[in-house]
Design a binder for this molecule. Structure first.
Ligand code: UDP
Ligand code: MG
Length: 314
């Protein structure tokens, strides 16, 4: 019998977990042709999440959990899940029931047909401001155009991955992770299904605008070196413009004999060049920072306790 692992990263989800558990149980009890494993990763929650997980584990040994030593962020929590998931396929799902378990049977059907990465695309983006939607559209366009692989919009972590994808993802161990880009990078046979994203059942989203922004920068910097080329391009453009302007001033002084207006032009040029230089330095800095972080070679996450998994497996 094939085994399906449902991987759920949880951060302060004590309120949602009982509801989620009910739904998972219903799903497993109505689809008995598979063996089920629910792998919860407690990402250093500050509320009662860990106790909730222990209670669930006590009641049902299909549930198992890993508790990380602190909050490492969803991306790293997911790697912990990939490392210890034992199923023939893994379905990643949020704990807040925004990803309805009712989509999972459809995913499994496509998996049986031979697809290895069945990703769920949101048909709606929920409550979101106009500006945020436009920014997100622009962002994915840039990412798509500057990488060699297709980057998909409105597609998140809600997906079914075949064991082969999981083995591939285990090999990508960078500490500043952008898993959405990784799914695209690894390739494999992909299939899209559409679902309606629900609102959170309880609690609040852990993603502030600033966190999203830094994830966006991480995504760009980990997927493409295009910004580095951009800064070179800006540098060359500025130099050419400066050269043209110099010629213009030179010719004008010789032909017309007009004295050059010094102050305004100088200030504009200095400010412009200063801006471009700082921008380029910033871009280089982002990549340098990443190199610094990766060369430390630290583990991506640390486990405090776990139940139901073989922790010495790796
Ligand atoms: N999450 C996590 N670590 C974090 C933040 C979030 O494991 O540091 C989990 C969270 O418990 C949830 C999922 O990641 O299961 C998605 O988080 P959230 O609902 O806050 O994000 P959104 O749905 O707003 O994108
Ligand atoms: Mg959510």
């Amino acid at each position: 019998m094939k085994k399906v692992t449902i991987l759920i990263p949880c951060y302060n989800e004590a309120q949602s977990l009982p509801l989620l558990y009910d739904q998972l149980k219903q799903l497993a009890d109505t689809h008995t042709t598979y063996r089920w494993e629910w792998l919860f990763v407690d990402d250093g929650s500050k509320d009662n999440t860990l106790n909730c997980l222990k209670a669930i584990r006590e009641a049902d040994d299909r549930a198992c959990f890993i508790s990380l030593s602190r909050n490492f962020g969803k991306e790293r929590a997911m790697l912990a899940g990939f490392d210890y998931a034992s199923g023939d396929c893994v379905v990643i799902m949020d704990a807040d029931l925004q990803h309805p378990p009712s989509v999972v049977p459809d995913m499994l059907r496509y998996w049986e047909e031979g697809y290895q990465d069945v990703y769920a695309k949101r048909s709606n983006r929920g409550k979101e401001s106009f500006l945020r939607r436009r920014l997100s559209l622009l962002y994915y366009k840039i990412l798509d155009k500057t990488t060699r692989y297709d980057v998909l919009q409105n597609v998140g972590d809600f997906r079914l991955l075949d064991k082969k994808c999981i083995l591939a993802l285990r090999k990508l161990r960078e500490s500043q992770r952008y898993t959405k880009g990784m799914y695209c990078w690894i390739g494999f046979k992909k299939k899209e299904i559409v679902f309606n994203q629900q609102d959170r059942v309880a609690g609040t989203s852990a993603w502030s605008f600033f966190k999203l922004f830094s994830l966006a920068i991480d995504g760009l910097a980990s997927s493409t070196t295009f910004p580095l080329h951009l800064s070179t391009f800006l540098g060359v453009t500025c130099a050419l413009l400066a050269l043209a302007y110099m010629l213009y001033v030179f010719v004008k002084t010789i032909l017309v004999g007009e004295p050059v207006q010094g102050f305004p032009t100088l200030i504009i040029v200095i400010l412009f060049l200063g801006g471009v230089q700082l921008l380029s330095l910033g871009i280089i800095g982002i990549y340098l920072g990443r190199i610094f972080n990766e060369t430390k070679g630290r583990p991506v996450y640390l486990i405090d306790e776990a139940e139901g998994i073989n922790i010495n497996e790796l």
